[in-house]
Design a protein around this ligand. Structure first.
Ligand code: IMP
Length: 432
């Protein structure tokens, strides 16, 4: 009986959806603690591919319950569409999905502001998903946000909406007619409310009860450590805290309630959006990783930038998340690539830097320092025992372990549950 946090240890898209889906077999509750519909979790279940943006992937597992925690920003329209999609696939939502009344909501003006800011920034743009995530979190911190509890009351919602439209009018007038925007928001709310209102709960009370009952709980992050607003490659980050510490704030439990933290890493590195990426490959190997790994954003469809495994950023993730165990995904994508490279440090203006630097001016000019390892020719997809992996694949994993100082507990070589090697069975059994 335990509480497990699952975090991304790179720039997102590490395969957390599959990992959470795998672990959810023995879990009772799956709870999402930050981000919004900027995320995209691709999961294969019963031979069907599901891309979920807001609802935790545990919803696909019959009988499991899912909660969207207070740290998540919820676009009511995106939520309604996802609920309809799931119900259309025969997945029951009622009594299984709950949403915190303290979640801040994303409204169309947040999306407009996201787009406007990105366009105005020109070359310095972040490359956001343009879903309004940053502006919604900015409103939350500026104390002008609208929460789920406010959304339920028409009187209060209207009042807060008016205040926001007034404040944002100088910007919004450039792109839309305010009267039409107001009408659209209110009309949509009327249709969204009946679908959402019964799902809204005081999640801090609910979650603390669940934890004290000794249930198995997964707290899942969206995005990854390097996209964390405090510990990522700022300013090229998202606006929330995907790191494990964000789980406490994003669902309302204390650190004493967390039993274990699991980091998910890809066997190589990818990144969507702008910003420095020292191990990026703009050659045929980068293209191969992109094509073989099907590296296209699940939310925006943008091609993901691909490169070698960067041990410095993963070591940073191990540090700031307190990771002891890792799940390494997409090992099969490296089959046939020889030699393989791992970045172990950076060179910056003639100096050797071992650790991920905070300074944006420094990181931007960091050049990777690589070690080379021999690749393997054999196909790893389908292998279900660690001992049956090619020798050089085992060497690759063990090198990563020693460089980042964390154990590889699960290896994944495909999207389905079966394409997995579980080294630490206690993880799957929630025995920790
Ligand atoms: P935002 O979260 O839409 O504001 O985007 C900020 C940065 O985070 C951009 O570089 C996005 O590409 C990136 N990002 C946001 N969500 C994801 C995700 O789920 N996977 C990978 N990158 C993401």
């Amino acid at each position: 009986m335990a509480t497990l946090v699952v975090v991304g240890a790179q720039w997102g898209d590490e395969g957390k959806g599959k990992v959470v889906h795998l672990l959810s077999e023995k879990a009772d509750y799956i709870i999402r603690y930050q981000g919004g519909n900027n995320a995209g979790h691709t999961v294969v279940f019963n031979g069907q591919e599901f891309v979920l943006h807001l609802v935790p992937s545990g919803i696909l597992e019959p009988g499991k319950k899912c909660i969207i925690g207070s740290g998540v920003v919820v676009d009511p329209q995106a939520l309604v569409e996802e609920i309809r999609f799931l119900e259309g696939k025969g997945i029951k939502i009622e009594g299984r999905l709950f949403i915190s009344d303290a979640c801040h909501i994303i409204l169309p003006y947040h999306r407009w502001m996201d787009q406007l800011r990105e366009t105005q920034q020109g070359k310095r743009r972040i490359g956001t998903t343009r879903k309004g995530i940053g502006p919604a979190y900015a409103d939350k911190v500026a104390r002008v946000g609208i929460r789920m509890a406010d959304f339920l009351s028409l009187r209060l919602f209207r009042e807060l909406l008016e205040r926001n439209l007034k404040e944002k009018a100088p910007l919004l007038r450039k792109v839309c007619k305010l009267s039409e925007l107001r009408r659209e928001i209110l009309e949509k709310r009327k249709k969204q409310l009946p679908i959402i209102k019964d799902l809204v709960v005081d999640s801090a009370i609910m979650i603390n009860r669940i934890v004290s009952q000794g249930r198995n709980v997964i707290l899942e992050s969206a995005q990854g450590t390097l996209l964390d607003v405090d510990y990522g490659s700022y300013p090229y980050v998202t606006s929330s805290n995907p790191v494990a510490g964000g789980a406490c704030v994003g669902i309302g439990i204390g650190p004493t309630q967390i039993d274990r933290v699991l980091g998910v890493v890809k066997a190589y590195t990818t990144r969507v959006g702008e910003g420095p990426f020292p191990t990026e490959l703009s050659n045929s190997i980068g293209k191969l990783l992109q094509e073989k790994g099907k590296e296209f954003g699940a939310t925006t469809g943008r091609p993901r930038r691909c490169g070698w495994f960067d041990a410095s950023i993963v070591r940073h993730a191990v540090r700031v998340n307190g990771l002891k165990s890792l799940v390494l995904t997409k090992l099969d994508v490296l089959d046939g690539i020889d030699p393989l490279k791992i970045c172990v440090a950076y060179r910056y203006r003639g100096k050797l830097i071992r650790e991920f630097p905070t300074g944006r001016e420094i990181f931007k000019d960091c050049k990777p320092v690589y070690i080379e390892l021999k690749g393997w020719k054999e196909k790893t997809k389908g292998i279900q025992k660690f001992n049956l992996l090619p020798q050089n694949a085992k060497r690759y994993l063990s090198k990563i372990e020693s460089l980042v100082q964390a154990k590889v507990s699960i290896v994944s070589m495909g999207r389905s549950r079966e394409e997995t090697i579980v080294i630490d069975k206690d993880l799957i059994d929630f025995n920790f």
